[in-house]
Ligand binder design. Structure first.
Ligand SMILES: [Zn+2]
Length: 283
């Protein structure tokens, strides 16, 4: 007897799974389900129905943002599946830390010190045009056992992305700029802003780079003070699970506060923080 569901059924199940993955991504980014649970719990404990409504209304912006993100994440997941873009490392026993937009002469140095302290290895997605700011940093990243990836040379904005052929030439330029620091060609790529438009998707295939996106983005670039950095660090430490790929930026000083919270927390749980080991089990 054939127990496999019909094709349309399998597609429906797949879509539902993708939606749940998007839901989880948005939950991590906004922390909305956690806030909702807390606000309802507080209201119920005070036994006042208007209070529940008030709290839900008060947090409306957060939930609205959450729903939009859940839908966008679901759409992105479908594109990632179609173009073999890596967003998670299933069946892995660790968390893959990735840093975009470096090297930065000050922040990258401090990030490397923290990673060394907790014996963590990460992927640094290098922006080609910033190498001249801190060329010595690339040698140190490689010497300390981290992986270098291509983050484009020009770091195109969302509005000025060129056609895929020009994009491919820009990726080659970045590869060449990184090549003098590593013995083997660069294999990994992340588009600026994690864009999933045709230009980066086609260009990375043409140049032979594997596109690695992320499953968790806590928007560390928007943090403006230590308190906010600590709050987001705690969300990240609580919500990340083995198999997650975490996006951070090593050109932004508040990333250090986040690392000081998450690295000891994950280390205590016994999770692997070794990019080379995790890359061997890439889907
Ligand atoms: Zn970037």
């Amino acid at each position: 007897m054939n127990l496999r569901p019909p094709l349309c059924g399998r597609w429906l199940i797949l879509c539902f799974v993708r939606f749940l993955q998007g839901y989880r991504g948005a939950a991590i980014e906004t922390d909305a389900p956690f806030l909702l649970r807390n606000s309802i719990f507080e209201s119920v404990s005070r036994a006042s129905r208007p209070n529940i409504a008030f709290n839900i209304m008060a947090n409306w912006y957060c939930y609205h943002k959450f729903i939009i993100r859940a839908l966008k994440n679901a759409m992105r997941t479908v594109i990632c599946v179609c173009f073999s873009v890596v967003r998670r490392i299933p069946k892995s026993d660790g968390i893959l830390l990735t840093f975009d937009d470096g090297p930065d002469p000050n922040v990258t140095l401090a990030v490397l010190d923290l990673l060394r302290q907790y014996e963590a290895k990460a992927i640094f997605f290098i922006c080609g045009r910033r190498i001249e700011n801190a060329p010595e940093m690339l040698a140190r990243i490689v010497a300390e056992g981290h992986v270098l990836g291509n983050h484009s040379f020009a770091h195109w904005g969302r509005q000025d992305t060129p056609g895929w052929k020009e994009y491919a030439n820009d990726l080659k330029k970045c590869d060449e700029a990184i090549a003098e620091y590593i013995p083997e060609p660069v294999k990994l790529f992340r588009a600026p802003h994690g864009m999933l438009s045709l230009a980066p998707l086609l260009a990375s295939r043409k140049v032979g780079l594997r596109y690695i996106r992320w499953s968790i983005d806590i928007e560390d670039c928007d943090i403006r003070d230590n308190e906010e950095a600590k709050r987001r660090g705690e969300i990240l430490a609580r919500q990340a699970k083995p198999g997650d790929i975490v996006l951070l930026h090593d050109d932004h000083p508040y990333v250090l506060e986040i690392l000081k919270i998450v690295l000891p927390a994950w280390k205590e749980k016994g999770w692997a923080l070794d990019s080379w080991h995790l890359l061997t089990v890439l889907p």
